[in-house]
Design a protein around this ligand. Structure first.
Ligand SMILES: [Zn+2]
Length: 162
C-alpha cells in the first residue's frame, strides 16, 4: 500500500488533466485510467458484474466532478444492491478541503437513510480512499471498500493505515 495511490496525490491529478482533455475531445474513456498501475499488494480483483456496475456509477459522479470544475473523483454507497448515497468531489466547488467524494457520499447516504450507522453498506470510489475517507468509512461502520476501474477489493475500512 502506497501513498502514491491516495486520492489527493499527484498521479490522479495528472490523470484529471489528461481525462479532461479527452472529455473535451469526446474521447473520454475510463479504461485508460492508470489507477492501480504498479500496485503489487496482491489485492483480489473483484469480478462480480455488480461491482462493475457500481464502479461505473462512481465514475458518473467523477464525470460530474470534472464538469463542475472540481477534482476528478466520485463515490457511491450501496446497500442491498441499491445505491443509497453518491457524490462527486466538492473540494473546489465548496472550498472545503474535507469534501472528498467519499466523505460527501457518506454524508449523502446517512442523510438519505436517516442514520449515521451505515453497516451493511459498501463504498465504491474511483480512487483508493485516503486516510481521512477510510477513517470516516470506519466510523460509519461501512463493511467494505472497492476502488478503481477494476473494483479492487480494499477490504474493511480501518484506522491508521499506511
Ligand atoms: Zn479522501
Amino acid at each position: 500500500m502506497c501513498r502514491a495511490f491516495y486520492c489527493y496525490e499527484l498521479v490522479p491529478d495528472l490523470f484529471q488533466i489528461v481525462a479532461l482533455g479527452a472529455l473535451l475531445r469526446g474521447t473520454f474513456d475510463m479504461d485508460t485510467q492508470p489507477l492501480g498501475a504498479g500496485d503489487s499488494s496482491g489485492s483480489a480483483r473483484a469480478e462480480k458484474p455488480l461491482n462493475r456496475r457500481f464502479i461505473e456509477s462512481a465514475t458518473e459522479m467523477r464525470r460530474l466532478a470534472i464538469e463542475q470544475g472540481d477534482q476528478a473523483y466520485g463515490a457511491v454507497i450501496v446497500r442491498a444492491g441499491q445505491i443509497v448515497g453518491e457524490a462527486p468531489s466538492r473540494v473546489v466547488v465548496n472550498q472545503d478541503p474535507t469534501a472528498h467524494a467519499e466523505m460527501e457520499a457518506i454524508r449523502d447516504a446517512a442523510r438519505r437513510l436517516g442514520t449515521r450507522d451505515l453497516a451493511d453498506c459498501v463504498m465504491y470510489s474511483t480512487s483508493r480512499p485516503c486516510a481521512m475517507c477510510e477513517a470516516a468509512a470506519y466510523w460509519a461502520h461501512i463493511d467494505r471498500l472497492f476502488f478503481g476501474m477494476e473494483a479492487q477489493d480494499g477490504g474493511a475500512p480501518g484506522l491508521g493505515r499506511c
